[in-house]
Write a protein that binds this ligand. Structure first.
Ligand code: KG4
Ligand code: ZN
Length: 358
């Protein structure tokens, strides 16, 4: 079973070929640099850039693998959630290939792509506890199987990655914020600034990061004579200490709610053995190390995708496509891209009218 995966839901135009032996035949990722000066992704610019590059990215992916398009068994494309212009570009490319090659089409939920990726490189069995933390989402879920998720908690405002990006923007560090903050944090004192842990005392597994971002803003303002953060005069040392204190606060908030989630997971799924992290923020080594410590303490096994497959890529979509194809979960060519698509909603599982079936 060989599946082509296409990803275009945010600012990466990507494709990959993955088979059911867990072999990655090739992977191509183009990260759009057009957004760097905006401190975030500009949807229209992203859509145009996907349109410009999608054909060559797919072509290159086949070429690198030495595989002919006719040799694949299915085409999977991220069909949401995400920026609808970009998602539509990838879905249309996937559908066109599916039709031309007479191979089935699979509409992959981008979040399911993140959620299942760790199974590609580690021996993670269902059910498992998942922290899914990216630029647009921050959720704690039980993954019971393909298309079978139970959400235990979610952010009520910003996603953790979004908070990293906004704090980096306030500090004038550029976009995306996560990797730059992680680098700066390694040079700083994580105990210098006392930052809040929003929702820490709420009994549920929900999270919140917007208050944390505001607290950082106040600190930066205190370095500015007129209170305008762009005028703040800070030493590199101050910036590093803010980054370290912020990274610690985000990590502690996530760990605290995961601890609660582990309790629920154990009650519901006594046979469950793994705790998994996925999504762009899962690339953060500090977070990964602390999650590993938590898992060890709780007698669970920690698993995560390799760092390069935490941020958006085609491999995760191809692999979710493989898992879906093995279960015969194909979609019709009438599948409409979805800007919003909650993971715990029952995803369409059967081919629709007019669809290509295996
Ligand atoms: O999964 P992803 O590539 O795109 C979405 O689906 O959102 O995640 C991107 C997010 C960005 O907010 C970025 O700042 C964050 O992941 N990120 C990180 C790190 N690398 C990427 N956050 C913290 N530490 C990192 N090393
Ligand atoms: Zn993502």
């Amino acid at each position: 079973m060989l599946v082509l995966g296409i990803e275009s839901s945010c600012d990466e135009t990507a494709a990959a070929l993955v088979n059911d032996k867990k072999e990655i035949l090739s992977s191509t990722v183009l990260t759009q640099s057009e957004h760097k000066n905006f401190g975030g992704v500009v949807p229209e610019i992203a859509a145009r850039a996907h349109l410009e590059h999608i054909d060559e990215i797919i072509e290159e992916t086949f070429k690198k693998a030495g595989v002919k398009p006719q040799d694949i068994d299915a085409v999977a494309a991220a069909a949401g959630p995400g920026l609808i212009g970009g998602v539509t570009v990838g879905v249309m490319a996937g559908k066109a290939l599916s039709l031309a090659l007479n191979k089935p089409f699979i509409a992959v939920n981008h979040l399911e792509g993140h959620a299942l990726t760790a199974r590609l490189n580690s021996d993670v069995s269902y059910p498992y506890l998942l922290l899914l933390t990216s630029g647009g989402h921050c959720q704690i879920l039980i993954v019971k199987g393909v298309g079978d998720f139970e959400r235990l908690g979610t952010t009520i405002d910003d996603a953790a990655g979004e908070a990293f990006d906004k704090v980096a923007k306030m500090l004038g560090l550029g976009y995306p914020g996560g990797p730059i903050i992680e680098k700066m944090a390694a040079l700083g004192d994580e105990n210098r600034f006392v930052l809040p842990r929003p929702l820490y005392n709420s009994p549920d597994c929900n999270l919140s990061f917007s208050g944390l971002k505001t607290a950082v803003r106040k600190i930066i303002e205190s370095y500015s004579e007129d209170g305008i953060i762009e005028h703040a005069i800070m030493r590199k040392r101050d910036v590093a200490d803010i980054c370290a204190s912020f990274q610690k606060a985000v990590t502690e908030s996530l760990l605290h709610k995961l601890q609660k989630a582990i309790f629920l997971f154990r009650k519901q799924c006594p046979a469950g053995k793994h705790i998994v992290v996925a999504g762009g923020v899962a690339a953060n080594t500090y977070l990964r190390e602390h999650l590993k410590d938590l898992a060890d303490k709780e007698g669970l096994i920690f698993a995560a995708p390799p760092i390069k497959f935490c941020t958006d890529n085609g491999v995760m979509i191809a692999w979710a496509g493989v898992e879906r194809a093995l279960k015969g979960l194909y979609n019709g060519l009438d599948f409409k891209p979805r800007p919003r698509w909650p993971l715990d909603e029952n995803a369409p599982k059967a081919a629709g009218a007019g669809g290509v079936k295996a």
